[in-house]
Design a protein around this ligand. Structure first.
Ligand code: SAH
Ligand code: TMP
Ligand code: ZN
Length: 406
């Protein structure tokens, strides 16, 4: 029986996806035989209502010197992080010679803006290959996992932190209590923890169940996070919905009673209550909608195959590993997946072993349909692929519903 990573209560999964490979585990043909699988299951804690995985993969299997995700691959994410850095500098960096620490700084997509302005900064990034890219850009990066011990070392070498940032990383941290003890030690008395992650409300509203995979240990709501922070004398003082990654939430957190809580926090709390996110039944109904989506998509792809149409995948995302494996979509239905990341090209998708090809290949011979696996970058992709669409090509979406897009 699994236990809640936040409050320790027993937790039953609301969905079991069965055996899944590592979501970012793109592999070569000679690695098929020794591919690693685990049970992907998600549950909602009946006591603190934190939605989370109930079986976990050891983080050292996920984040290492061959980590496949380079943040800077998307130009819309690059813009988003430039704006994020500006917001932090304008609204939260005060005093002389402030220090910014980022957890999960990847290739430096966010910290580069602080570096360029001469602001003291440290990135904590355990995946050596992406950390190396940041180091080459001149960004001060420490290659290790953030936890209480790392926080102690940081404090010793750099002193207390004004702003601690995390983008798409807090939901990756199974040992959240060690992380929170670290945050508590590191932050100045009036410092801020600012982080953003995919938002549970969006996942439920859009049935974006492909957000559920090994790296995403938690699916946050404001209410469940508030319970966690209250155990560490901290509170959420501001929230801001973000469009990135299919619907994210930015949370600004401070020590209790130090900062004024913005009205947006109370408004989101009320919204979560009316959506039922503050109940143990938060994810009821999601399971049925997941099955329906997978069945519809599989049926559509089978029909297109019978009509002799060429279908490829667009974007070898980590999310797509859950979709493709659970819906049993393999190379019989998808010819290949186009992806701009050089390290993924020439490899195969985890579990289903669909070949990953360059975007050049896509452009050289447009297919009839492209399954939009990188749906979270849909606007950017549709704008870049007007020629494909002019030549009669169509995208297939599956979030929030299976649909042939223009
Ligand atoms: N912040 C970037 C990267 C998100 S991917 C962005 O939003 O694009 C998550 C990153 O967190 C990976 O680079 C991974 O190596 C890193 N990570 C995972 N566990 C971590 C931990 N305990 N401490 C710091 N970084 C971690
Ligand atoms: P993400 O959903 O985790 O951000 O991953 C996006 C993946 O999609 C990444 O492997 C890069 C790929 N991609 C493309 O191939 N073309 C594009 O235009 C974009 C935006 C992403
Ligand atoms: Zn709990």
């Amino acid at each position: 029986m699994a236990h809640c990573l936040i409050c320790g209560m027993q937790i039953d999964p609301f969905i079991t996806f069965g055996k899944m490979p590592i979501a970012n585990g793109f592999l070569s043909a000679d690695e098929f035989e020794k591919e690693f699988f685990y049970e992907l299951k998600a549950g909602c804690c009946s006591w603190c209502h934190m939605v989370q995985l109930t079986d976990h993969v050891d983080p050292s299997r996920l984040f290492h010197e061959n980590y496949a995700y380079f943040s800077s691959i998307s130009s819309s994410m690059a813009k988003h992080f430039e704006w994020f850095a500006d917001t932090v500098q304008r609204d939260y960096l005060r005093g002389r010679d402030p220090l910014v620490v980022e957890i999960g700084s990847n290739d430096g997509i966010l910290l580069q803006h602080f570096m360029q302005k001469g602001i003291r900064h440290v990135g904590i990034e355990p995946s050596a290959n992406v950390a190396q890219v940041a180091i080459e850009k001149g960004i001060h990066t420490v290659c290790r996992f953030f936890d209480e011990i790392t926080a102690g070392n940081l404090l010793k070498h750099h002193g207390p932190v004004d702003v601690l940032i995390g983008a798409n990383v807090f939901c990756h941290l199974p040992d959240m209590h060690s992380v929170m003890r670290g945050v508590q030690r590191l932050l100045k008395k009036d410092g801020y923890l600012i982080f953003e992650d995919p938002y549970l409300g969006d996942i439920i509203k859009k049935t974006s169940f492909d957000q559920i995979y090994d790296e995403h240990v938690f699916y946050f709501s404001l209410s469940a996070l508030s319970f966690l922070f209250s155990q560490y004398g901290m509170e959420v003082i501001d929230v801001a919905p973000q469009e990135v990654h299919g619907g994210s939430m930015r949370y600004v957190v401070g020590r209790k009673g130090i900062h004024t809580i913005k009205p947006e926090v109370y408004a989101l709390m009320a919204q979560e209550e009316s959506m039922g996110l503050t109940l143990a039944s938060a994810c009821d109904g999601l399971r049925e909608r997941i099955y329906e989506c997978c069945e519809q998509l599989r049926r559509l792809l089978q029909e297109l195959r019978q009509q002799g149409k060429r279908v490829v995948g667009y974007g070898a995302t980590s999310k797509s590993t859950t979709l493709l494996n659970f819906a049993d979509i393999g190379p019989d239905l998808i010819e290949y997946i186009s992806d701009t990341t050089p390290g993924k090209q020439g490899k195969y998708s985890p579990g289903m072993h669909i070949p990953i090809e360059s975007h050049q290949r896509f452009k050289e011979s447009y297919p009839d349909y492209a399954l939009l696996l990188a749906w979270n970058h849909g606007t950017e992709i549709m704008a870049n692929e007007q020629e494909f669409q002019r030549q009669g090509g169509k995208f297939i979406g599956y979030v929030p519903e299976v649909k042939i897009l223009g």
